[in-house]
Structures are given as structure tokens and as C-alpha cells.
Design a binder for this molecule. Structure first.
Ligand code: ADP
Length: 298
């Protein structure tokens, strides 16, 4: 039940190399694909979902050669794209009923049961008769997941689902994903480190079309443990510190700047050692992949 991606490459007609020899093994459970905007996440998701062909490489899902037999993959696929349209005047239950029909649930009674179970699962049962035009972003995303689940997928791909959701909706959405069966491969692409830390048993970081690292979040933290140091400084000194230390993140806090720096040994100078979080690994790896520059300033 594993998804095996081998040396996948894709260069768009405009010359952008969106995937560069990506090799990844994705087991059942929640898999987090983390990377900044433009990293190639959507390209990878769309390629796995058989919506666009790669230039080279192979994808296998169980015994299936995905690129050679896209129709068979689609039978077991649920895909929630980054952006999708819903008929605004239709109520949620009619939309789901429509998609369940498309997925081959032709028996009306069976379909009614499925639609009502899905609406309960995504917590939209009470608003099932309301037009989706009035739904919030989070409600639309939850309906999107219900649609993706209508065909009882074995592979579920969810592309940047939490972008634009408020914290409550985001949590609700992530909890929903966490409850999807353990025998399903769920790939969650995101640029939000917290999404991965909270949910995923396995993860990968991609940047500029390349796989930067892959593994269990806990093991990935081991890589930088003991090498992350923190100090709060006046904002005006930030540039000076950047020139002297390997700064991996700089965040404003109450008018000051909280620096996290990477150092093999104690840098002194008032820095204290700290327990790393996934964001430290992420920024450290992105900085290394970008030639030492800190790509993100939060
Ligand atoms: P992400 O999902 O991580 O933000 P994408 O896969 O959307 O990344 O994009 C990867 C790179 O490929 C970006 O530089 C993007 O501008 C480019 N790109 C994406 N889709 C196309 C396309 N259809 N044509 C040309 N370039 C594209």
C-alpha cells in the first residue's frame, strides 16, 4: 500500500524546472510535504493525481504503474486541489450526491447513506440544505474533503488545504484529516510547518523542485538538536548579528527580535541553547539549499 515515486522530473515550457529527480517513498498514514511557495508541491501533487505527465520518472501505487494506467489510479484516488469551484447555488447535500453518483454509487439508498455519513464526518450535516455560496472558506474545504472521500479512496491528496483558514477552522480541518483510516495514504502539502508537526508520521521537505530531506519529524529534529541557540536582541542590531552568525530565523516579539542561530558549539554572546522545533530544521535546510541566505523572515 505504498506510493513509490522514482526520479520524477518536470520542466515547464517556460523553462522552470518544477521537479528535479524527485525520489520518495510514501507509506500509509499522514505524509506531510513541506516547502515554500513555488517549491514544486502542486506540480508533484498534480503529477501523482495523473492530471499532468512528468518528463521522466515513474510512480507506483501498490502493484499499479500509475503513469501507464492513470484510469486505475483514479479509481482509488481522492484529490482536493488548491483551488476548486463549487456551484454556489447548490446545497451541500446535492453537490455530494452528484459526486457520489459520478463515483459510481448508483443505488439511491446507498448514496443517501453515504452522503449523510460524509456530511456528519466533515461536520456539515446541520447545514446540508444551505447553498455553498454562503459557506466560509473552512466549510468549503471540509465539503471538498467530503467530495474527495466520496469514492472511498486509498490515496488521498490534499494540496495546501489550510492556506487562508483561521486557526479554529484550520484545527478542525486537520483533525478531520487525522481521523481518515490508517490504511489510506494521505499526502498533505503545505507551507505551514505546524500542519506537519501536529499530524504527520512521515514528512519530506522540497525546495526548488528538489527533495531536501525525508523522514519522521522526530528523527528530523535530531539532526539539529543541540545546535540551535536563541537570543533576544534590539531590533536595530539584527543586521549586525546576521553578519556574524548563521541566523536561521528572526521573529519580532514585543518590539525586539528573537534570533535562532545554528551553531555546532556554544556561540557565547548571551545565546542560550534551545530544544529545536521543526521550523528550525525547515529554515536551516532552506537556508543551506539557498546558499546560506535566510529565505523567510517571519
Ligand atoms: P508550489 O505548489 O510548491 O507553490 P508549484 O508546483 O505550483 O509550486 O510551482 C513550481 C514552479 O513551477 C514555480 O516556479 C511555478 O511558477 C512554476 N509553474 C507551476 N505551474 C506552471 C505552469 N503551468 N507553467 C509554467 N510554470 C509553472
Amino acid at each position: 500500500m505504498t506510493l513509490v515515486i522514482d526520479r520524477l522530473s518536470k520542466t515547464y515550457a517556460n523553462g522552470v524546472r518544477a521537479l528535479a529527480d524527485v525520489t520518495l517513498t510514501i507509506p500509509p498514514g499522514m505524509f506531510g510535504l513541506l516547502g515554500p511557495n513555488g517549491a514544486g508541491k502542486s506540480t508533484l501533487m498534480r503529477t501523482i493525481a495523473t492530471l499532468q505527465p512528468p518528463d521522466s520518472g515513474t510512480i507506483r501505487f501498490r502493484e499499479l504503474d500509475v503513469l501507464a494506467q492513470p484510469d486505475r489510479l483514479r479509481e482509488v484516488l481522492g484529490y482536493l486541489p488548491q483551488e476548486f469551484g463549487l456551484y454556489p447555488n447548490m446545497p451541500a447535500d446535492s453537490i455530494l450526491d452528484h459526486f457520489a453518483t459520478l463515483k459510481g454509487v448508483v443505488n439511491a439508498g446507498e448514496r443517501r447513506d453515504l452522503v449523510s455519513a460524509l456530511l456528519q464526518q466533515v461536520n456539515l450535516y446541520d447545514v446540508r440544505k444551505k447553498s455553498v455560496g454562503g459557506f466560509s472558506g473552512g466549510m468549503k474545504q471540509r465539503l471538498g474533503i467530503a467530495i474527495a472521500l466520496a469514492g472511498r479512496p486509498k490515496l488521498l491528496i490534499v494540496d495546501e488545504p489550510t492556506a487562508g483558514l483561521d486557526p479554529t477552522e484550520r484545527n478542525r480541518f486537520l483533525n478531520l484529516l487525522a481521523d481518515i483510516g490508517e490504511d489510506v495514504v494521505v499526502i498533505l502539502s503545505t507551507h505551514i510547518v505546524e500542519d506537519v508537526r501536529e499530524l504527520c508520521s512521515q514528512m519530506a521537505i522540497i525546495n526548488k523542485g528538489q527533495l531536501v530531506m525525508q523522514g519522521e519529524p522526530e528523527r528530523i529534529l535530531d539532526e539539529v538538536r543541540g545546535r540551535i541557540w536563541r537570543r533576544t536582541i534590539p531590533r536595530a542590531q539584527a543586521d549586525d548579528y546576521r553578519s556574524r552568525y548563521q541566523v536561521i530565523s528572526a521573529k519580532m516579539l514585543a518590539g525586539n527580535t528573537v534570533l535562532h542561530v545554528y551553531s555546532d558549539g556554544d556561540p557565547g554572546d548571551g545565546f542560550v541553547s534551545m530544544e529545536p522545533d521543526l521550523e528550525d530544521v525547515y529554515f536551516h535546510r532552506l537556508a543551506a539549499a539557498s546558499g546560506g541566505r535566510v529565505p523567510v523572515e517571519a
